[in-house]
Design a protein around this ligand. Structure first.
Ligand SMILES: [Zn+2]
Length: 103
């Protein structure tokens, strides 16, 4: 079982309510960006931050490991497996802290 602070970070990330600067046409997404403010990639989203943003590669490597590549299958594996859920939760928490998001 995740501690409440990690569960909250993961929940907000999964429901796209973490206030990450993401690209979206949804008017309900408050923090919309067309490019990642850290690496310049077009269309940043949760997938980008978790799987491929170069700015967070050290955190990704440390917390999640090197066994994943930036594709939908590995994203699904990380987001749905009980084996990796605590690592992903910790990564989302670190991400939120570094971005100074209110969680
Ligand atoms: Zn990026």
């Amino acid at each position: 079982m995740l501690p409440p602070y990690l569960a909250k970070s993961l929940l907000l990330f999964r429901v796209r309510n973490s206030l990450l600067p993401v690209s979206s046409f949804d008017p309900n997404v408050l923090n919309t960006e067309t490019h990642c403010k850290f690496c310049g990639t077009h269309g940043p989203d949760e997938f980008h931050y978790l799987m491929s943003c170069n700015h967070f590669s050290a955190d990704r490597k440390k917390l999640i490991g090197n066994n994943f590549v930036a594709n939908v299958l590995d994203f699904k594996k990380l987001m749905s497996s009980s084996v990796y859920i605590s690592s992903v939760a910790l990564f989302t928490h670190v991400l939120a802290k570094k971005l100074k998001l209110s969680i």
